[in-house]
Structures are given as C-alpha cells and as structure tokens.
Design a protein. Structure first.
Length: 249
C-alpha cells in the first residue's frame, strides 16, 4: 500500500511539471470560488500547484497546505503567490494554530488517504481549522457509480502540449481491487521530441457515502448538503461524485 505522503506522482519534480497540462476549466474550483465570496479566510488543504489558492487570495487571507515540495515549488512561482501562505505539511496532522471561514479539499484529494484512520485524521484537521460558522467542502469519487474503474494503459492515451517541451503523450492505466476499495494506477508522460518517458504509481481509495457520513459525524462535522456534481446537483446513489458541504456540529 502506497502511503499518501509517499505518492511519487506528486512528490517527483519531473512529474509535477506535467500536473497542470490536462487541466481545463475546473468546475470544482469555480464552485469553491463562489463559496469563498463571503469568506474572509480560506484554507486549501492539498493545494497542489496552487492554482485555486492563488485565485482566492485577493481580498482575503489564504493558506495552502500540501505534502509535496515539488508541487509547492510550482505554486510559489505563480503570479500572485506572495499573497498566499503556503506550508509544506500533511493534511492528516497539520495544525496551523489558526481558524478559517472556509476549508476546501479538492481534486479528489480525500481519496489518497487509504485507511479509516487516515481519513478520520484528515476530517479532524478540517474540524480543527474551522471558525464557528465556518464551512467545508471536499469531493470523493462515488464507490457506487456504475462502470469499470480499471483502465488499459495501452488504449487510454492523450496528446497534450507542454509550453516548453512541446507535444507530450500522457497515459494512464489502473487496476481496482473490489475487496479493499483501492485503485492502483500509473501515470506516464512521453516527450515527443526526445522519447523520454516519466512515470510513477499511486493508489486511491473509494469510500461509500454512508461511510464518509459516519466519519464526518465522528470528527464533529455536520453536512448541510450532499452534492453529486460540482454543478450543484443533489447527491443520488448513482452520481459520479460525493461532495459534502457543511460545518462544525
């Protein structure tokens, strides 16, 4: 089992530089920006390359936390990054001695925590950093969503364009274990001009909505709404996403 803090896909600088390549307009970021409209302070747990954190920084206090120094190096190089307080830390254990009006955990980052204990620890971190009346939001792919979770790396390829390296072929293959709910996958990037390939393996966990609900209650968090997509649709058993929005109990 690959520990969340040892995930090479995010820790390796050679791979981190490809992270934002396939990113188009992100509905999760847009949703969080709307939630932040009334927030004077925001904590972005698992902030990655800092795109969301930096976009929220004008007019409010924003902190970004991530365990991957390679990601934070990219984040700190962004225009406007000087307005964000970035910290190298683990979402399971970080305590900033500050509280926030909004805590977000996007990009299915909740799924990198593979054990019940780790998931509970992350939710406890959210609770520990919320102001009274503060709100949280995060997402997890729905265990019950129909369709195969396994992908063939030989057929699942995309052509991307890197601003410095030119054409890049990105591949992704995955194998899902029904018993554990853990999906093991490999991301690879082949640079067209040189043929050089970079790759790393990682794991994520699928957790049911009732299980997440139980862990939220145990962490002292209450859910106002369960969404099934980032467009605001209500959660149903067959939705692709599980998105709880709430605050302290």
């Amino acid at each position: 089992m690959i520990d969340a803090a040892e995930n090479g896909i995010y820790l390796d600088p050679d791979l981190a530089r490809f992270y934002d390549l396939a990113t188009t307009e992100r509905a999760d970021f847009n949703f969080c920006r709307k939630m932040a409209a009334t927030a004077a302070s925001v904590l972005d747990l698992g902030c990655g390359t800092g795109e969301l954190a930096v976009s929220l920084a004008e007019g409010r206090e924003v902190c970004g936390v991530d365990p991957a120094s390679a990601m934070l190096e990219i984040a700190r190089a962004r225009a406007g990054a000087d307005q964000v307080d970035f910290s190298l830390a683990d979402a399971r254990s970080v305590r900033l001695s500050r509280k926030f009006d909004l805590v977000v955990l996007t990009g299915h980052s909740f799924q990198v925590f593979l054990t019940d204990a780790d998931q509970i620890a992350v939710l406890a971190t959210i609770a520990a950093h919320l102001n009274p009346g503060g709100r949280f939001v995060f997402d997890s792919r729905n265990l019950a969503f129909p369709g195969s979770k396994t992908r063939d790396s030989n057929t699942n390829k995309r052509q991307l364009q890197h601003p410095e390296m030119g054409p890049v072929e990105a591949g992704n293959g995955s194998v899902y274990d029904e018993a554990s709910g853990i999906l093991s996958y490999e991301n690879s990037y082949r640079i067209g001009s040189t043929g050089q390939t970079f790759s790393a393996c990682a794991q994520i966990r699928y957790t049911s909505q009732p299980d997440i609900a139980d862990k939220l209650r145990a962490a002292g968090l209450t859910v106002e709404r369960w969404l099934g997509d980032w467009q605001g649709g209500e959660f149903e058993a067959s939705c692709r996403e599980i998105i709880p929005i709430g605050g302290l109990t």
